[in-house]
Design a protein around this ligand. Structure first.
Ligand SMILES: [Zn+2]
Length: 351
């Protein structure tokens, strides 16, 4: 008997120059009610939050402003309480604001609208909320945004480093899918062909268009935004983050837990993708070259990490989650070092 599948997807996605002006229209068309909470933090208030507040008020909505501070569970609780009598949470962020809004909206059963101010990771559209509690990053299951309004004029002004990290998060689908296939072969794990191909397509498209993407103009930005949103569709269809999160993501989570100065999520998964592609025996050089062309870090040094931290994270990664990946195949310290050196991610001395 086939298991029942339940797929939740965003109902409206708007990508383009100055689409922030349309946020009220989108909320109206989706019948989100007359009162909304707009969540932001100090940085995103300037980037787009103030404009969103203006647009919504001018369109006749009653708007409550909510500032996210730390981005942890206290913020989630406070936003949940604030949002109770409102029709929706409009999240203007920044990973932190989006994650807090996603979690609060899910717990209070209130839809949230995602207004990304940067294209730095696929959390802008996904169902997974990632929260930091006592220094540890936790992923909680929520629902995807009911709508995404991605204004390329706003996102183009974000530091290019964020956008390049977003490219890393998309290219990582390559090893996430290899890991998924390995788990199917070795452990008969459920494998969703459609979701896997969708995720692979985004990674391939980005690698093939690395030169356009590298220009960081609004055309490149649209490709990246579409791919990030497509990631969330792939995850929603598969019912898990499998198509977009494998060993390279566990490697990044490990770094987040102990590295002195963790790099951005997408930067860390970029390094993890190069190493995991090598471990899978696939063409890691093409992956590395595409990342380098885009301007994402391809060495520990470029990401501000130490060689020691890279090796430690590779060893810690499989302990973080049972989800089977190439890093769960009994990688020793020597092997981890060897793979990181062979791919040039760490300098080493043995090459
Ligand atoms: Zn990711």
């Amino acid at each position: 008997m086939k298991a029942v599948r339940s797929i939740t997807l965003p109902r409206r996605v708007l990508i383009g120059h100055d689409v922030l002006d349309e946020v009220g229209t989108v909320c109206g068309e989706l019948d989100l009610g007359g009162s909304l909470v707009v969540a932001y933090d100090k940085g995103t208030l300037k980037a787009a939050g103030a404009k969103v507040l203006d647009v919504l008020r001018n369109d006749g909505f009653t708007v409550t402003a909510f500032e996210v501070t730390e981005g942890g569970p206290p913020d989630v609780d406070a936003l949940q309480n604030t949002a109770r009598d409102h029709g929706a949470i409009v999240a203007v962020g920044g990973g932190r604001v989006i994650d807090v809004s996603k979690a609060a909206g899910f717990m209070a059963a209130i839809p949230f609208v995602s207004i990304p101010t940067a294209a730095s990771h696929d959390g802008i559209a996904s169902a997974q909320a990632s929260l930091i509690e006592e220094g540890q990053r936790h992923s909680i299951a929520a629902v995807p945004p009911v709508a995404i309004v991605a204004d390329t004029a706003v996102i183009a002004k974000a530091p290019p480093r964020l956008y390049r990290a977003g490219c890393g998060d998309i290219i990582s689908n390559f090893t996430a899918v290899l890991d998924w296939q390995l788990a199917r072969r070795l452990h008969n794990e459920y494998y969703g062909e459609y979701a896997a191909n969708l995720a692979l397509m985004s990674a391939t498209m980005l690698m093939e268009n690395a030169d356009i993407v590298a220009t960081t103009n609004e055309e490149g930005l649209s490709i990246v935004l579409e791919a990030l949103i497509s990631n969330s569709v792939a995850m929603s269809i598969s019912g898990s983050s499998r198509p977009c999160s494998g060993g390279e993501h566990l490697f990044s989570h490990a770094l987040d837990s102990f590295a002195k100065r963790p790099a951005l999520h997408g930067e860390q998964v970029a390094l993890g993708t190069i190493i995991c592609t090598y471990l899978h025996g696939e063409d890691w050089e093409t992956v590395r070259d595409a990342l380098a062309c885009i301007g994402a870090p391809v060495t520990a040094k470029e990401a501000g990490l130490t060689d020691k931290e890279i090796v430690k994270a590779l060893l810690m990664a499989p302990k973080l989650r049972k989800r089977f990946t190439i890093l769960h195949t009994g990688i020793t310290e020597k092997a981890a070092r060897r793979a990181a050196e062979a791919t040039g991610v760490i300098a080493g001395g043995g090459r």
